[in-house]
Every structure is written in C-alpha cells, then in structure tokens.
Write a protein of this length. Structure first.
Lengths: 113, 113
C-alpha cells in the first residue's frame, strides 16, 4: 500500500538555526498538509497546500515557516530560525482530494536545544 | 468554532474486554468524522471513517456510528487484544473551504493480557 514517508525521523537543532523537514506524499495525491504535536498535546494543523500554493494556514504558521514542493515528489517544511517552543513531532499528510481521508507519515521528531 | 472532545485516558482493559472510547464534536454543517490510531513509535493511521449521519465506519473489528442527534462518534470494539494498545484520535474534517483535520486530545488504550 502506498505511504507517506518523512525524513529524518529525528532532528536535533540549535535554537536560531534553520531546519528543513522533508516529506514524500503518496504519488497521485494532490493535497498536502503539515501538522504538529507538542508532547502531551493535541495534533494541530499548520498548513495545507494545493496546486503549488498554500490554501490555508493556521495562526502557528507565522513568517518563520514556509513550505515548498521543489519537484514532483517532495514536500518540505522549513523553519527559518527555530525556537525552543518549536520542539514537537511534525507530521506530513496527503490526500487525493480535499474531502478524502488524509494519510499521514510516521513523523519527524524535532528537538530544539 | 469546530472542535472534538474525547474521553480522558488512559483506558486500561483486560484482553477480550469490550471497548468504548467516547467522542463528541461541535461543528456547523455536516463534517466527515474519522478515527486515527497511533501505535507506539509510529505515525497516525486511518482506522475508520464516516461521511454522513447514520453512517457506520468499521475496520479491524472496530466500529463507530455517526450520530448527528447526539453529535457523537464513539469508537467500539467487542473484544480487544494486546495488539490494540495504542493512542486513538477522533477527528473531524469540515470540508468546503477548509480541508484541515481537527483532532481530539487522543485516548491512550492499554490492554493487559
């Protein structure tokens, strides 16, 4: 069964550094998403992406965050200058259409020191 | 606004016991409802879904019925196994102009042999 893959599984970064989290969505899916889960808290929506542009973003997704689909297979989340509070598990997801179930990757655990 | 409320965990059961995890939602209109499961060290996996009132989603012995009159989507299983130990998330997808999933807080299920 096709799946969403994320790399790396764990990223440790110094505060203030840039970090890029990578995702390969399911190949025929058209909608892409990033969510995050701070330890012990809810899974929170960050951003959705369709047709090479952001279709929706949450209040969390401020100017320090950006997303990109640099080629036909990858979908990346960049944090320009990381803060301690960015430490969380970041999940990528994709769906065939906007109202179809979203399929998640295994996540990247981001630790900011 | 739209929200999902799940029962607090952890839920601890013996093998072969009956499971219910309560989920209620607040939403305008007619959202789609989902249960996702997160096994230890893994990502979110879609367990089942229901897209309209009175639909019953089912998978791997788990069931949930979309009850519009009580705004609920409780997860049930007749006989749990140790391998069902995981965190279970109820989620809604409002659709329309927004494609973001809104998650409950998650309920940890621990099944003892």
């Amino acid at each position: 069964e096709p799946e969403v893959t994320q790399t790396p599984s764990h990223q440790v970064t110094q505060m203030g550094q840039e970090v890029i989290l990578r995702c390969v969505p399911i190949s025929n899916h058209l909608y892409f998403y990033w969510y995050r889960q701070i330890l012990g808290q809810k899974v929170e929506f960050l951003v959705s992406f369709y047709n090479n542009e952001i279709s929706e973003k949450s209040e969390i997704f401020d100017d320090q965050f950006s997303v990109e689909r640099p080629d036909g297979s990858n979908f990346t989340l960049k944090i320009r200058s990381t803060k301690l509070e960015d430490s969380a598990m970041y999940f990528c997801a994709s769906s065939l259409t906007g109202d179809q179930p979203q399929h998640f990757g295994d996540g990247t655990r981001l630790s900011i020191l | 606004g739209n929200s999902v409320t799940q029962m607090e965990g952890p839920v601890t059961l013996s093998e072969e016991a009956f499971l219910t995890i309560n989920c209620t939602y607040t939403a305008t209109g007619y959202p789609s409802l989902f249960w996702y499961v997160q096994y230890p060290g893994e990502g979110l996996q879609l367990l089942l879904k229901a897209t309209k009132a009175d639909d019953k989603g089912s998978n791997k012995g788990f069931e949930a019925t979309y009850r519009k009159e009580t705004t609920s989507f409780h997860l049930e299983k007749g006989s749990v196994q140790v391998s069902d130990s995981a965190v279970y998330f109820c989620a809604l997808l409002y659709g329309g102009a927004t494609n973001k999933l809104i998650f409950g807080t998650g309920t940890l299920l621990a099944v003892q042999p």
